[in-house]
Design a protein around this ligand. Sequence first.
Ligand code: ISE
Length: 339
Amino acid sequence: MPAQRELGVAVVGTGKMGADHVRRIERVISGARVTAVVDIEAERAKPLAEAIEGCTAYTEPAAAMAAHDVDAVLIASSGTAHEAALLAALGRDLPVLCEKPLTPDAASALRVLEAEQRLGHRRVQVGFMRRYDAEYLKLKRLLDSGELGRTLMLHHRHRNLSLPPGFTNAMLITDSVVHETDVTRWLLDQEITAVSVRKAAPSSLAPEGLDDLQLVLFETGSGALVDVEIFGHCGFGYQVIAEAVCERGAVRIGDEPGPRVSADGRWGGRITPDYIERFEDAYDRQVQAWVDATRRGEVTGPSVWDGYAAAVVSEAGVLAQREGRRVEVELTERPSGYR
Ligand code: ISE
C-alpha cells in the first residue's frame, strides 16, 4: 500500500484488549484508522463501529479481511481463536499484529509458522508488548552493551490485582508467565531449555481450584537461571518487576515511579490497577511501530518464531506444573529468515 495512505485496520475481538486497541488507533496513534471491528457477538462490535465514521461491524474475521478498506489486521480475540484468524489473514497475505499468546499450544503455533513460511516473507508481529516498554528497553540495551558482564540470573515478579473468573493454573503459564517467557528469550538472546514449577501453599484469597501463587524456574542455553513469581490475585495492584544479576552488577526495573507523597506521618504512592494502565506507553509504542513498519512495507518486532518458541515453553511449563517435575523444551529447527 502507498506509504501516504492511512492504514485501514480490522480489529478482531472487541473485549478488554480489542476495545482498548480500537481507542488507541482512533485517538492516540497516527497513520491508521479502524475500518472494521469483528466480534462473534454482534451486539459488542456494533456500538464500537457506530461510533467511528466509515467503520463496519462483522461477526466473521474472514468477511472483514475481504473488505476493500481493510489493509491490515489486529487480532485481539481469545487465544483459542487466533489460529483461524491468523491463517485467514496469511491466506490473503495481510499484515497482522496478533495479541499474545500467538496460539495456546505448540502444534497450532507451528502450523502458523509453517503457513507464514509458505508465503516466503514475514507478515505477522506478535504482541509481546513488554519489548516496547521504556524500562525494559533500557535494561536490554545495558545487558547487550556487555558493561556488566554475562547475565547469570533473572528474577521476575508478576502480580495481578485479580484475574477474571475461570482463570486456570495452566493459564497462569500460557497467558500470564508467557510475557516473562518472551522477555527472558529477548533479554538474554537465547532459548529456554527447561522449565520447573513449584506451588506455594495457596493464598486464602485465591479462587477455588487456583494454586496462587507459583514459582516458575527457567533454565537457558547458557546455563542462566530465571525465576518468575506469578501471583494472580495479590489484591493490592498490578506489579511487574524484573532484576538481572550479572557478573559485575545488578539491574532492577519496574518499581513504582512516584510521586512519593509524605503526609499524616506516612509516606507512599500509587500502584496501577492493571496492565492496560501500567503498560499504556508500551502498548502505544507497539501499535505505532507496527503501523509505521506496515506502511513502509516492512515487518518488525516479535516474530511468529518468537510466538512459537513461547508456546513450546508454555506447553512444557503446564506439564511441569501438572506433574511436578522438570520438563525439557524441544523446539523445531529455526527456519532461516527468523532471528
Ligand atoms: C493478561 O492477558 C496480560 O497480558 C497481562 O499482561 C498479564 O499480566 C495478565 O496476567 C494476563 O492475564
